[in-house]
Ligand binder design. Structure first.
Ligand SMILES: [Zn+2]
Length: 247
């Protein structure tokens, strides 16, 4: 009997929650614990680079880049959700978004087009693509964030993410830069994060640990939250200036 009552109570609580959601504006008033979260109401696209037949680059460990990317992506997703965001992933398993055997022409471009389609269909407010870097000079290390040339939103977000990553680890003290990556066409606020160099022995070892991946994910999400906070502040400043001008 008790169990039935619990079931009914859970059902009623769920129903009440659903009705609150239908209430629209009332939701914020009734659930401040959610609406006060920094990324509440934001739809964030996260792209785990490569996958399936496309392994990406590889360091000494023999673990392909696609696996690093997916692991970090899942941590970024969890952290974003903790901050109130809705997350859209291009992949959450080891797959490519085309069948290479059945695709003719420029496979890589078609595969990326399918990723862009997912983000467009879900109206993402911003998009972060997760990658690992590689360079012939093994001394190169540190995360670096890229944005599309001429996209102010992308540049602002890339800079915010780079700053948060540098604050978290001094090795990540590079400058956010323009990058010619097709995935950066996902939306105006798009950034590609090269989390570190698999060609650097020490950094690859770090990138293999859950602890360092967790730190990276937290810094990336902190950067995204700071970007939106800056945007909100600018919007309210603009509104104040407009009001002042109107008077
Ligand atoms: Zn890559």
């Amino acid at each position: 009997m008790y169990r039935q009552w619990v079931a009914v109570a859970v059902l009623l609580a769920g129903l009440a929650g659903f009705m609150m959601m239908q209430g629209g504006a009332d939701v914020q008033a009734l659930s401040p614990q959610f609406s006060s979260l920094p990324l509440y109401g934001r739809i964030v696209g996260v792209d785990a680079g490569h996958g399936g037949y496309d392994g990406g680059c590889m360091g000494r460990s023999g673990v392909p880049e696609k696996e690093f990317n997916l692991a970090v992506t899942m941590l970024v997703k969890a952290e974003l959700e903790k901050q109130g965001a809705t997350v859209v992933l291009s992949r959450d398993e080891d797959i490519a978004l085309i069948d290479p055997a059945k695709t003719t022409g420029y496979k890589k471009r078609k595969e990326l087009d399918n990723r862009l389609k997912i983000f467009a269909e879900n109206n993402v407010d911003c998009m972060i693509s997760i990658h690992m870097n590689q360079y012939r000079n093994e001394n190169q290390r540190g995360a670096q964030v890229f944005y599309k040339k001429g996209e102010q939103d992308g540049q602002d977000m890339a800079k915010a993410i780079q700053d948060a990553m540098a604050a978290q680890d001094a090795h990540n003290n590079r400058a956010a830069s323009v990058g010619d990556y097709y995935i950066l066409n996902a939306c105006p606020a798009s950034a590609l994060v090269e989390c570190g160099f698999l060609s650097n022995r020490e950094e690859e070892q770090l990138l293999l640990t859950d602890a360092y991946r967790e730190k990276l994910a937290k810094a990336i999400v902190e950067g995204v939250a700071n970007y939106f906070q800056g945007k909100n502040q600018q919007a309210s400043q603009n509104a104040a200036t407009e009001t002042a001008t109107a008077d």
